[in-house]
Design a protein around this ligand. Structure first.
Ligand SMILES: [Zn+2]
Ligand SMILES: [Zn+2]
Length: 426
């Protein structure tokens, strides 16, 4: 029987900069290698020599999972396994990351190009082989193209959930938990961002959101929806489309590019974006003329950035925020020290060092793309008590409490490692 261990390079007792190595005596696999971009200069996971690795597997395109991967391509070509859509979105996000963060990032576009050349595209549910490992991607229900990773080595099995969502949304099917054989798992690396917080039922959130939107529009107002460019912006478009909102819906910023990608990679979404784009109410913003037109009529405007940190949302927000007929509806998590968090908690909007009076109504709607506490507990009911459960991607205080709770109440074998820790599986 061979040795199997897991080393945590990032996302140990923190949210962000994921990086996990699965090590055997015959090969090593890196699962994700991301960057934390809050609040200022980026943070990367612990260094790991690329020459020790057999390959990388990327679960999804978010920068906290993909943003450090090009660092692995400064000296060698290493295969990277991922879905085709994850490759396209990661490429877009990393290019953007390079552009906005400039000299803070210790790699360049060349490394990203090498990474692209090394891509091995994989579909969900198909076994693939890397040295002595067998691997499989399963739909994670988190963003389009996202995957959980199943790894087998000899007769040992590990599941890395990465960011996952067991709730069905307008955009995505829930995580494919049904395809996991829990009894054979020796270890589960579990994302538990929301271990302490249950999201309200999705149908209620959607209904309330639509009611509020119609009220604003019927009173000649404009609804501005700052949304993450990947996943959330498209989900909001799907919700509005599903409820047949009879007003123009403008989509701006990088959210547009992702919608175009989804028309091509349509198997990753429940919504038919090709059909949606042919609807006369859906307007893709193609320049300043359309941007100004959006502000001249009752409309919904969906645009990044989700926390109002930058992008086209600044232009719209400044124009609409002073009028009580209008509204800003936040639909994403609002990080500390972001204009979005300030708007919610202090009722003021600070953009580019100017403070704007807020008369528009401001609400936050919980459209999360992660499992909440309720779903995590549902997931844990499926876990065999002999399986080693490794908690990651969660704040230190929340994770410590959750670890105690589930080891005591559910009798599970839980560890909550910090970055640098090694956990022996067998
Ligand atoms: Zn994510
Ligand atoms: Zn994440």
């Amino acid at each position: 029987m061979g040795d199997l261990s897991i080393k945590i390079l990032g996302s140990g007792r923190e949210i962000g900069r994921a990086g996990i190595v699965v090590r055997s005596n015959k090969g090593e696999i890196l699962l994700d290698y991301g960057a934390s971009i809050e609040p200022e200069s980026p943070l990367f996971p612990l260094h790991y020599p690329p020459k020790r690795l057999s390959c990388i597997i990327l679960s999804h395109a978010h920068l906290d999972h993909s943003g450090a991967i090009p660092l692995m391509y400064t000296s060698r070509a290493l295969p990277i396994y991922l879905t085709d859509l994850t490759l396209e979105i990661a490429d877009l996000l990393i290019r953007d990351f390079l552009k906005i963060s400039g000299y803070y990032i210790p790699y360049e576009i060349m490394e990203l190009i090498t990474m692209r050349k090394c891509a091995r595209i994989m579909d969900y549910g198909i076994d693939f082989y890397i040295d002595c490992f067998k691997a499989k991607l399963l739909n994670a229900g988190h963003i389009p193209g996202s995957a959980m990773v199943l790894l087998s080595y000899e007769n040992m099995h590990i599941l890395y959930t990465s960011d996952f969502n067991m709730v069905e949304t307008c955009l995505l099917d829930p995580a494919d938990v049904g395809s996991i054989n829990f009894d054979e798992l020796d270890a589960i690396i579990l994302e538990c961002t929301y271990a302490e917080y249950s999201h309200p039922p999705r149908e209620n959130v959607e209904r309330e959101f639509i009611e509020q939107i119609i009220e604003v529009l019927d009173n000649d107002g404009i609804v501005l929806i700052p949304a993450f460019a990947v996943g959330r912006a498209q989900e909001i478009a799907c919700v509005l489309y599903k409820y047949s909102i009879k007003y123009p819906i403008y989509i701006d910023g990088m959210a547009r590019k992702i919608i175009y990608l989804l028309t091509k990679y349509n198997k990753y979404s429940k919504c038919n974006f090709g059909e949606m784009l042919r609807n006369e109410n859906i307007k893709i913003v193609d320049g300043w003329k359309t941007r100004r037109r959006a502000l001249k009529e009752p409309s919904v405007i969906i645009t990044p950035a989700g926390m109002l940190k930058g992008g086209a949302v600044h232009f719209y927000a400044k124009k609409i925020i002073g009028d009580r007929k209008n509204a800003i509806f936040l639909v994403s998590y609002q990080g500390a020290m972001t204009p979005g968090r300030d708007l919610l908690t202090k009722g003021k909007l600070t953009l580019e060092n100017s403070i704007f009076d807020v008369n528009a109504r401001v609400y936050w709607f919980d459209f999360s793309s992660h499992c909440g506490r309720k779903e995590l507990l549902q997931f844990l009911k499926l876990v065999n008590p002999d399986t080693k459960l490794i908690l990651v991607h969660v704040d230190s205080a929340v994770g410590s409490k959750f670890k105690k709770e589930i080891s005591r109440n559910l009798g599970l074998n839980v560890s909550f490692p910090k970055n640098g820790d090694v956990i022996k599986i067998k």
